[in-house]
Design a protein around this ligand. Structure first.
Ligand SMILES: [Zn+2]
Length: 280
């Protein structure tokens, strides 16, 4: 999970262009909804990042349908905004998981509950399809009222280490697991939000599988570093350097940074234990 920049766009202009591109009753309904929608945009901007409890705009059912239609049935201005959001290299990798390609737009506040934000760019998070599918219509935890997901446009992602990996090296296999921890000084609500984000997007299992797949491709490089002299220190320093590169580029909590750092600390893995990756 990581922060991403907002698209520099005039959302009022986009709304008006989409309205103009619609026909008949939908254009009439979007025009009628305009004051309530623009007022809601302001409330969203004022509330960030705590948008989870935002009051709903007062809209008629046909206006809500027209707003959802504005996103679901594309017009030239909507297509242009979608393309502009997704084409940026800075969001090419999904900010929710850090694994897959961003190919869809998630409504941080779901459009079924908040149709007024269906084409509001700050609410449109470029992300991968697995994350979008898992996130669905969830916003707040019923009991704690804490937001269930990090908002990549507005939340400050903690820079202290909160993602941990565990390595269990067995005779013929490597068992990996990932979890969220609570570093000293982290507010409880922040921790709860990270935990639910991690759990609901199934990141433990997705990181585990992708890490094993990734490591399979690293076997030959590890073997080269180890060399005929069986230099475990060299393997360790190569792993640590790669961890540092990932940390510098993507932050301490990037899953590959955590993976490499954890492996660099594992003496058995560095001292030939990586052989379990051979043929994987
Ligand atoms: Zn994702």
């Amino acid at each position: 999970m990581r922060s991403i920049p907002l698209l520099d766009v005039d959302d009022t202009k986009v709304f008006d262009e989409i309205t103009a591109a619609k026909r008949g009753q939908r254009r009439v309904r979007l025009t009628a909804a305009r004051p309530a929608v623009l007022e809601a945009y302001e409330r969203y901007d004022d509330a960030t990042p705590e948008v989870g409890n935002l009051a709903h705009a007062v809209l008629t059912a046909p206006q809500e349908e027209a707003l959802n239609h504005a996103f679901n049935v594309e017009t030239a201005p909507m297509t242009e905004m979608r393309r502009s959001i997704l084409k940026r290299i800075s969001v090419a990798r999904c900010p929710f998981c850090g694994i897959s390609e961003s190919s869809t737009l998630d409504h941080y506040l779901p459009k079924e509950q908040y149709p007024e934000f269906s084409v509001f760019s700050p609410n449109l998070v470029p992300c991968c399809s697995p994350c979008n599918t898992r996130k669905r219509d969830k916003i707040l935890d019923d009991e704690t009222d804490v937001r269930l997901f990090v908002h990549p446009h507005f939340d400050q992602i903690p820079t202290t280490l909160f993602l941990a990996a565990d390595v269990d090296l067995r005779a013929d296999a490597i068992v990996l697991s990932f979890r969220v921890t609570r570093p000293a000084g982290m507010a409880l609500a922040t921790f709860q939000s990270l935990q639910s984000h991690f759990r609901l997007l199934d990141l433990a299992d997705r990181y585990r599988r992708m890490a094993l797949e990734h490591l399979g491709g690293q076997y030959r490089a590890l073997k080269r570093a180890y060399g005929p002299g069986e230099d475990a220190d060299r393997v360790e320093s190569e792993l640590a350097l790669t961890a540092e590169d990932f940390e510098k580029r993507y932050g301490e909590n990037y899953w590959l940074a955590v993976l490499y750092r954890t492996l660099s600390f594992n003496e058995a893995f560095c001292n030939g234990g990586f052989e379990v990756l051979n043929g994987r």
